[in-house]
Design a protein around this ligand. Structure first.
Ligand code: AHR
Length: 499
């Protein structure tokens, strides 16, 4: 099979925002405790930050880190995690005990060590306007007030200066602590945003959109919430998790097309609502939770185990072991984000360590790269400059869940340094696919070509474990480029089921 891809170096979707390569740290399971924070670990520094984890996070390269939740934030009291007295509390969202040993200052220091910006979420579940204003004043006001002086007394003389703030989390979901109707949430988010802007006009605010595309309220939720908040916010979120259901690999491999559609529909609703309100402004889409996640395992196994285990500190939950197939899907989801940079202003893979994460750890033991580490790391490192608009001609696959999709999924970027990158996903599970890419108006050579696919002796279900990590990018032989005065033609053969 051959697929033809065409593009023009001058036809761009838009600049690639660095914030597209964000991640997420929630107080959930072993994400924080025995994940990135473990004072007794042999690699930890005097702050309790695991050195082996920090090293992997720096290699992964997330640009922005959402914190502290997630569902957790909707029952969280931020002040429990600052100062010398740290009360132990129940975390009802994850049926766990929260020791609060790790909190705001620890996370700010950790994010700085990781080289990432903080995106802080406020609790609009059990709390509201005043609490959001308080945590903002605590974080960003220079000094001279009770809250800012408390921060200084707690060791942060200079304000944290967090710019990005989420107005709650997944408030459309009945599972959310303090779940609300769109009108209730829209009003609360608007008034919270108004006060937060009075305290720090420099903040960028993200209002909560739909928790997934199949929510019965998707669409009406966005319209209602934006009618209340459009004047006051900069971004609206969407959350998107994908999984392989009933062995339907074709649909799973088409997840990137489903994400394209989710983003496109949300963008249309934003535009319609802004027009209806007569507002001449832009509202970006913050895909601030996205990933592959075996939700069946969570619903059928993990949740029951969590309840049976009673209330425990940092229980093992949703520590999904990712396969070759999962990594290929993550690669195509990253391509979807790149294809949509005209609308998507930031994105956070959920999550970073242990919990549906690219990095796994054992308490007192090693840290390692899951299969999904690699596409994220490569795209974050290689995608720069602008995202190119490309057209694909060739075989298509009919899928049960997402209709017809291209056999080969593509995104490409062109950087200022003359460096370009093409990201391809071969959705053909049994055969290689030959790809011919014609890029007009630019002359390129092939610097390197690599692929992530089933390793020798493995299957598409092969995972990386603490003991061995066979799934990683390997050189892809045979990629070639020829240049002529009109542009460049690149030819490459992609292995079956590969990124
Ligand atoms: O990332 C895990 C959970 O998924 C988050 O806490 C929640 O926001 C989403 O439902």
């Amino acid at each position: 099979m051959t697929v033809h891809i065409e593009g023009d170096a001058g036809r761009v979707v838009g600049p690639v925002p660095r914030r597209l390569f964000g991640s997420f740290v929630e107080h959930m399971g072993r994400s924080v405790y025995t994940g990135l924070y473990e004072p007794d670990h042999s690699t930890s520094d005097d702050r309790g930050f695991r050195g082996d984890v920090l090293e992997l996070v720096r290699e992964l390269g997330p640009s922005v880190l959402r914190y502290p939740g997630g569902n957790f934030v909707s029952g969280y009291r931020w002040e429990d995690g600052v100062g010398p007295d740290r009360p132990v509390r129940l975390d009802p969202a994850w049926h766990s005990v929260e020791s609060n040993r790790f909190g705001l200052h620890e996370f700010a220091a950790w994010a700085e060590a990781a080289g990432a910006e903080v995106m802080y979420a406020v609790n609009l579940g059990t709390r509201g306007i005043q609490d959001a204003a308080d945590v903002l004043e605590y974080c960003n006001h220079p000094g001279g007030t009770e809250l800012s002086e408390r921060r200084r007394a707690n060791g942060a003389d200079r304000p944290f200066g967090f710019k990005l703030w989420c107005l709650g989390n997944e408030m459309d979901g009945p599972w959310q602590i303090g779940h609300k109707t769109a009108d209730e949430y829209g009003r609360l988010a608007a008034e919270t945003a108004r006060l937060m802007r009075m305290i720090d006009p420099a903040v960028e605010l993200v209002v909560a959109g739909s928790s997934h595309a199949d929510m019965p309220t998707f669409g009406s939720w966005e319209r209602t919430v934006l009618r209340h908040t459009a004047e006051l916010v900069d971004h609206i979120s969407l959350h998107a998790y994908y999984q392989e259901l009933h062995g339907d690999t074709d649909s799973y491999l088409a997840s990137g097309a489903a994400l394209d559609r989710f983003i496109g529909t949300t963008a249309g609703i934003i535009d319609e609502t802004l027009t209806e309100l007569g507002l001449d402004k832009k509202i970006g889409i913050s895909v601030d939770e996205w990933n592959v996640w075996d939700l069946r395992r969570w619903n059928e196994v993990d949740q029951a185990r969590l309840a049976e285990g009673g209330w425990r500190e940092h229980p093992r939950i949703i520590e999904d072991d990712y396969t070759v197939t999962d990594a290929v899907v993550v690669g195509s989801l990253l391509s979807s984000l790149l294809r949509n940079v005209d609308r998507v202003t930031m994105a956070n893979q959920a999550q970073l360590v242990n919990v549906i994460a690219p990095i796994r750890t054992e308490p007192g033991g090693p840290a390692w790269r899951q299969t999904t580490f690699h596409p994220f790391q490569r795209v974050a490192a290689l995608a720069s400059g602008v995202s190119l608009r490309l057209s694909v001609e060739g075989d298509r696959i009919r899928t049960a869940q997402h209709g017809e999709v291209d056999l080969v999924d593509v995104a490409a970027t062109a950087g200022e340094s003359g460096r370009g990158a093409v990201f391809l996903t071969n959705r053909a599970t049994a055969s290689p696919t030959e790809v011919r890419i014609r890029l007009r108006g630019a002359r390129y050579g092939v610097y390197a070509a690599e692929t992530l696919t089933t390793p020798e002796g493995g299957t598409r279900h092969t995972t990386n474990t603490a003991a061995a990590q066979p799934v990683r990018p390997v050189p892809l032989p045979g990629a070639a480029a020829t240049s002529d005065p009109g542009g460049t033609t690149i030819t490459v053969t992609l292995p079956p089921l590969s990124w």
